[in-house]
Ligand binder design. Structure first.
Ligand code: CMP
Length: 142
């Protein structure tokens, strides 16, 4: 099915000047951008986005990292977009990420892993709505 998924280019990649290189990976793979913006997350926004991880030991450092600089958030759209985006990203830990994946090529650590992508249809729905209103999403399939 055609799906939408939420993608975040994290502060490490924005700082490393890799926004365009990462977006090119999505486009070259046939995923389309239905929405795109650059934002500086507040602490409350980052905590809310990652609420499912709030009991994890890395939660405070995750929030600190995600608010350390601007991020680029986008809605990717396409056939099986959720799993295709996760395949393009590679494993959460860049040391375990396959060759040719975004995290293998652009990330430096599990805590600074270049990109985030929704992990299920339920998360995608929540995460897209977390950052974008309906009028900001320029779908080409609905
Ligand atoms: P992300 O897909 O954005 O979702 C949660 C994030 O927590 C994850 O990517 C990692 O960047 C981050 N994180 C930091 N430390 C860890 C860890 N030890 N295990 C898993 N995720 C971690």
């Amino acid at each position: 099915a055609v799906e939408q998924t939420l993608s975040i280019i994290k502060p490490d990649s924005v700082g490393d000047n890799n926004i365009g290189a990462i977006i090119a990976r999505f486009e070259e793979a046939g995923l389309r951008l239905a929405a795109l913006k650059m934002i500086q997350l507040t602490k409350a926004q980052a905590e809310g986005f990652y609420a499912e991880h709030k009991e994890r030991p890395f939660f405070p450092s995750l929030v600190e990292f995600m608010t350390s600089g601007p991020v680029c958030v986008q809605v990717l759209e396409g056939e099986n977009a959720i799993v295709r985006n996760r395949d393009l990203m590679g494993a959460t830990n860049p040391e375990e990420a396959a060759e040719g994946t975004i995290r293998r090529d652009f990330a430096t650590a599990v805590s600074a892993n270049a990109v985030h992508g929704s992990d299920s249809a339920e998360s995608a729905k929540r995460e897209v709505a977390y950052f974008f209103s309906a009028d900001e999403i320029h779908t080409r399939w609905a």
